[in-house]
Design a binder for this molecule. Sequence first.
Ligand SMILES: C[S@@+](CC[C@H](N)C(=O)[O-])C[C@H]1O[C@@H](n2cnc3c(N)ncnc32)[C@H](O)[C@@H]1O
Length: 306
Amino acid sequence: MSIPSQGFQSELLAIDISQDAFDNISSILKDKTGICLYEGAERLVVSRLSKFLKPLSFTTFEEYLQHVLSPNGAPELEQMINALTTNTTRFFRERGHFDLLENQIMPHLIEKARNGERVRIWSAACSSGEEVYSIASVILKCLPNAADYDLRILATDIDSDILEEANAGEYRLSALEDVPPGYAEFIFEKEQSGEILKIRPQARDLISFRYLNFMDPWPVSGPFDVIFCRNVTIYMDEATQMRIWAGLEKVLHPDGFLFIGHSERIGPSLSNRLELFGPTAFRRPQAISLNSTSIMEKQNVTSQYT
Ligand SMILES: C[S@@+](CC[C@H](N)C(=O)[O-])C[C@H]1O[C@@H](n2cnc3c(N)ncnc32)[C@H](O)[C@@H]1O
């Protein structure tokens, strides 16, 4: 059913979306990715998807959807999902997590690495890479020869286009505004080409970028010493969030650390298995203790973050 009176149009292409088409897109997106479109997101859907209709000579979202769901529609389905994910991110977002990584966790990871043990870090839902390159810069600042050890970072996302961008490792000069003093030299090459900043090979080489959809079986075994899974479950319903947290807890090293976004909550089912280590930072209650500073800091963290 078309609802032009309250429908949303792409200003350039003048394509309406009917309530049915919007509902179908919402349910495909939820089914495939766990992302729930908020009520009234028609305008967002039209603005992000209209551009795909014209090259396929479709004039309605119904035709487009029929194609997307057909046996030949897999590339357009992937394109549709990529277009509907929200990839907002920046270097050192939620800065306190990187301070915890540097000051509390890195001494423990360096000891492990120097003892010849395996160290694994996962940036789950890494978007365009700013998060994982921030992690790499902290590691290189603390352990400049990190590549000499069995230390690797996995960076995953569902959006194949954004993963390509992350892998390319090129950023606008303005990205420097988000990088605190003393870290840029560990992230970016010294020589700039015009307005583009390039990631240093030393940072790039620590990282493997891979496609991973939380809604499918996860091709990771862990255990991970540190997991960053931030600002992705905010778009999902509670049951999906709980499944993701439980899955992450399973692949977390017994002494590992889990960082979630500042507006996310792990919920009651996991709060007896994980305890706060810092704001929206968790580890197991029985994990080895680090040092007295971390315990003091833990006492200052209020339960508002659980
Ligand atoms: C807002 S970004 C967060 C980026 C980064 N973690 C941060 O906090 O800045 C959310 C990312 O989650 C990814 N995402 C959404 N649904 C996903 C799913 N089902 N599986 C894996 N990644 C997903 C999106 O593609 C997007 O890049």
